[in-house]
Design a protein around this ligand. Sequence first.
Ligand code: DC
Length: 230
Amino acid sequence: MWLNQEFILKKHPIVIAIDGTSASGKSTNSKLVAKALGYVYVDTGAMYRTLGWYCLQKRVDIHDAKAVATACRKWKTSLECVETKTHLRAVHLLVDGYYPDKEIRTAEVSATTSLIAAVPKVRDWMKKKQRECIQFGDLVMEGRDIGTNVFPDSNFKFYLDAKLEERTARRSADGIHENLAARDQRDSQRAAAPLMIALGAKVLDNSKMTSAETSEWLLTEIRKLMQPAK
Ligand code: DC
C-alpha cells in the first residue's frame, strides 16, 4: 500500500502548495524548491498584483468591488511558461501581451492588491487561471489559499510564517517599507478564501532560519511525503 498513490502512478501533475503570511519567505523558498525538483514555479501573488496594477493604470475605483470585478472579467490575459535568467521555469500572467515584472512590486500596488484580492469574483477568476497552470506540468505554487482553495486535494501543503518584526525587517532589507500588519489583517479577515492554515498543512515558523535552512526543511518534508509507506 503506497502512502501517495497519486505520486507513484503519476496520474496528475503534482502541485506543491506553499501558503503563508507576507514576507514569510514563500517566494525565495518556492523558487529554491521548484529548481531543486525541476518543477514549474507559480507566483499567484504576482497574478493578483498584476490585476491591482492594471486597475491603477486604468483608473478603476479599487474600492468599488463591482468595477474591479468588471475589469477582471474584461481584461485580456494569457498564461505563459518561461525560463528565467536563473534557469527557473515560471508561469507568468500577461496582460495585453505584457508581464509587468517590476511595476507590480511597489508599495502602492501591494496595498491596492490586498483590497482587490478580497473581491469574490476576482478570487473565482484567479482560481480558474491558477488551476489552468497544471497544463505546464508539476508545480510549486505559492500564495495565500493554494492549499485551502485552489488545490485543496494536494498531498503537499505547507504554511510558512515568521514573527512580524522579522518579516518587516526582511522587507526593509529589500528597500520596501510597508504596513505588513495591515496587509496580513486584510488577507486573513476577508470573507472570500482568507489566509489560513490548510487542513493537513505542515507549518513552519522560520523567524530564526535562513532561506537555505527553510528550503532544506521543505525538501526533506516533500521527500518524506513522496516515499512509499513502509
Ligand atoms: O504574495 P504577495 O505579497 O505578492 O501577494 C500580494 C497580495 O495578493 C497579498 O495582499 C495577498 C494577495 N494574494 C491572495 O489573496 N491570494 C493569493 N493566492 C496570493 C496573493
